[in-house]
Design a protein around this ligand. Structure first.
Ligand code: FCB
Length: 783
């Protein structure tokens, strides 16, 4: 095997799942599933149910050798148990025939999260019978399709199904109970084991399960894998590893729950649901483990941190954001973790073959007349393949690799906004268009690997030289200008194809007079090194760069700088502007919007204007914090407001007032000139001095709240007994105070993503509307 090729017989494929692509949720007698109405978007998805012939043809054209799809339980057994719906199986029957005729090997997954609604109504995964029904369903599917499917996967990512579906409630069915989550996990494992038995009895050739394995590391280990850990951090890492990974691997491959996990399960759910003999069933031998890898989990010990509802038992562990490149999901890109995790699986579970059943990335794709040049996705997959290749070289027994995913699709709770596909789908027309990554992957498959060295990307100059035309002519051709003769056009396009040239910024700007540059204008100082803004800047930059834009960072801190920025934009030295956060008096936003250059804002501007913005639900978050204080029995709640020229502060005040009003209570307000700790402390002293019966403080920002906390303690108040204190923003310091601060968390990555998307849509000349994201209350010990 050469340095970049893969072992002979290595399987190259793509993965999809039924709910995410099929649509047609009532066709052919399909019953309802828990996901049908759960996603914010319509469940029509890619209408693959009606377009499978086209999709198989597309895969064939792309040279895809293997296809991992999932079977919809509700199509096959609409009520979850009992009568089999032949029409549902007919669909998969046709699909398999087409795949085989196209020379594509099918890999079937039996459960990719779409539980029949009828079974959820009977209790869902927390109920043991669901596992039994699953085994019957597996047998029914095998009976009809077993002659054409070699490899069967039972369940996909049981951690997600159990802990996001029943723990945090972010996924369907949206329940939030730690006990239900642990019971669901066990019953999903049991379902796996019973299905393995059923499939084996029916003569299935190969059987496995698909797990999402996330290596768990500390922020320091992201750049230095070998870094020694403190005892506290090592414990935090081990606990999250037990919850996320070993909870599933150990029962399936060793027949036992990890010893350090059992007390956590017992504390939240008891152990009554784990019956004698279950673990023997769960550990029935399997042929392979499918590994889905996207990103590591980055954690560190943080004594004050409350448990994350998706990881019940994770008290004292902080889930960190790290300063690495991220995908548009906000997931850190760490290819090295893939080789580490494969090495670990091969060492710890040496009996079982491995297969990468999902790996891929959501990026902000830019659709242009001449294609979708998703260079970021290509380099994401390429880096992960290099990591995989080195794991194989070191002895990991990995038999194949499946890209997630073939088509842009319905990404669960996030809907259509996520783009993981090798093929772009226009959801208005259902038109499919392969992205550059699809063509690149075709070459990988044909070559059974990567090129020895990373190919030097051909440039505009190379194309011009080979086609014997000027650079400007190449630029005109790739930009679809009609001023070039058809003969010259044909020559240039031939060379473009031969060289695999991807038009870059230079090629576009030569003709369009676009700079391909975006100005990121930071309005400072706002609140002395605001960490939220810093994180948003990091993410916005990463996402816009991912979409091929150059970023110019500009600081708007003086009148002179405002003038400079305005003339920079007026001179069209930037195609667009992201302004974060907007300048208080809005003069800059107004001025920039008059230039006609697309501009988007972080935070709602004071003067309602036509400029689209991304904001968090400040009023809703403040109302939630206030209602929480009221629910804890507080009757005299003061609010430290902060500068009233900030719209976020005005909205937080409005939300606070509204919640008090609903409870028949009146506001007690203390202004603060800025958002610092010192101002918070001063305002708290005034509130306490003026209101002897004060029993709670809500502050418009965490720094204010931290100042208030200190001042309260200095005046002899016990927090929360005498005085409860809540803040807003959930800055890092909020979880490190004594006692740790209850606050309102704003979604950083999602704000950045929304900003990047808004701007890109505006650059494409599309009409956009502002986005307001939810803010979630995080209850800690200060209330
Ligand atoms: C995995 C799921 C898959 C898709 C990707 C992005 O967890 O198995 O359906 O949502 O994430």
């Amino acid at each position: 095997m050469s340095a970049a090729s893969f072992p002979e017989g290595f399987v190259w494929g793509v993965s999809t799942s039924a709910f995410q692509i099929e649509g047609a949720t009532t066709a052919g007698g399909r019953g309802p599933s828990i996901w049908d109405g759960f996603s914010a978007d319509r469940a029509e998805a890619c209408d693959h149910y009606h377009r499978h012939t086209e999709d198989v043809r597309l895969m064939k054209d792309l040279g895809i050798a293997a296809y991992r799809f999932s079977v919809s339980w509700a199509r096959v057994i609409p009520d979850g148990c009992g009568k089999v719906n032949t029409a549902g199986l007919d669909f998969y029957d046709r699909l398999l025939d087409e795949l085989l005729a196209a020379g594509i090997t099918p890999y079937a997954t039996l459960y990719h999260w779409d539980l029949p609604q009828v079974l959820e109504d009977q209790g869902g995964w927390p109920v043991r019978d669901t596992a039994r029904h699953f085994a019957d369903y597996a047998a029914a599917v095998h009976e009809r399709l077993g002659d054409r499917v070699d490899t069967w996967f039972t369940v996909n990512e049981p951690w997600v199904a159990a802990f996001l579906g029943y723990g945090s409630g972010v996924h369907a069915p949206g329940r939030t109970s730690a006990a239900d989550a642990f019971r669901s996990a066990h019953h999903l494992l049991l379902a796996h084991g019973l299905a393995v038995q059923a499939l084996r009895a029916a003569g299935a050739a190969k059987v496995g399960a698909v797990v999402n394995i996330s290596p768990v590391l500390t922020p320091a280990q992201v750049s230095d894998a070998g870094r020694e850990l403190s005892e506290e951090d090592a414990e935090a890492v081990a606990r999250i590893d037990a919850l996320a990974n070993r909870q599933f691997l150990d029962p399936m491959l060793r027949g036992a729950y990890p010893a350090d996990l059992i007390p956590l399960i017992e504390r939240h759910a008891g152990l009554g649901h784990v019956r004698d003999g279950d673990l023997d069933v769960i550990a029935r031998p399997i042929d392979l483990i499918g590994v889905n890898y996207y990103a590591p989990l980055v954690v560190q010990a943080q004594p004050s941190e409350p448990a994350d509802p998706a990881f019940p038992g994770s008290e004292g562990v902080l889930f960190c954001t790290v300063p690495t490149a991220v995908t548009a999901m906000g997931w850190p890109i760490v290819p090295g973790c893939l080789s580490q995790l494969l090495g670990r699986l091969s060492r710890e579970y040496p009996e079982t073959d491995l297969m990468i059943t999902e790996n891929g990335a959501d990026f902000v794709d830019v659709v242009t007349g001449d294609g979708i040049h998703d260079v970021d996705r290509i380099s994401f997959i390429e880096e992960h393949l290099r990591a995989l290749r080195s794991a194989i070289e070191n002895g990991a027994r990995v038999r194949g690799y499946f890209v997630w995913t073939l088509l842009d699709n319905l990404e669960w709770a996030d809907g259509y906004q996520r783009k993981f596909g090798l093929v772009h789908v226009d959801f208005a027309t259902q038109k499919r268009r392969p992205k550059d990554s699809a063509r690149w992957y075709k070459d990988v498959i044909a070559r059974n690997g990567l090129t020895e060295t990373r190919p030097r990307r051909p440039t505009l100059e190379t194309v011009a030289a080979r086609a014997r035309v000027s650079r400007a002519t190449v630029s005109r051709v790739v930009n679809g200008e009609s001023s070039v003769s058809s003969e010259v056009r044909a020559t240039v396009m031939r060379v473009v194809r031969e060289l695999g040239y991807v038009p870059n910024a230079a090629a576009r700007s030569l003709v369009t007079r676009r700079t391909n540059t975006v100005a990121l204008v930071l309005s400072v100082p706002r609140q002395g090194g605001d960490p939220l803004t810093a994180a948003v800047v990091q993410y916005v930059t990463s996402m816009l760069e991912g979409a091929g834009k150059q970023i110019t960072l500009m600081l708007a801190d003086t009148a002179e700088s405002h003038r400079r920025i305005a003339s920079h934009v007026e001179a069209r030295l930037a195609d667009g502007v992201v302004l974060l956060p907007p300048d208080r008096a809005d003069t800059l936003a107004e001025r920039l919007s008059r230039t006609g250059v697309p501009i988007v804002l972080l935070g709602k501007p004071a003067v309602t204007s036509l400029v689209p913005y991304v904001d968090v639900d400040n009023a809703g978050g403040a109302a939630a914090a206030t209602e929480h204080l009221i629910a804890r029995g507080r009757r005299h709640i003061g609010m430290i407001c902060g500068p009233m020229d900030l719209t976020s502060v005005q909205d937080r005040l409005a939300g606070h007032r509204a919640a008090l009003h609903r409870a028949g209570m009146s506001p007690i307000l203390a202004p603060a000139g800025d958002l610092t700790r010192a101002s918070g402390a001063a305002a708290a002293r005034r509130l306490i001095g003026d209101n002897p019966s004060l029993d709670a403080i809500f502050a418009a920002g965490d720094q204010l709240a931290i100042g208030a906390l200190r001042a309260a303690q200095e005046t002899g108040r016990r927090v929360p007994d005498d005085l409860a204190i809540a803040g807003f923003d959930d800055v890092d310091a909020a979880s490190a105070t004594t006692p740790p601060l209850t606050t309102v968390r704003v979604p950083v990555a999602d704000q950045a993503l929304a900003l990047a998307r808004l701007l890109l849509s505006r650059l494409e000349g599309r009409h956009v509307t502002s986005v307001v994201l939810p803010a979630r209350l995080v209850v800690r010990d200060s209330t």
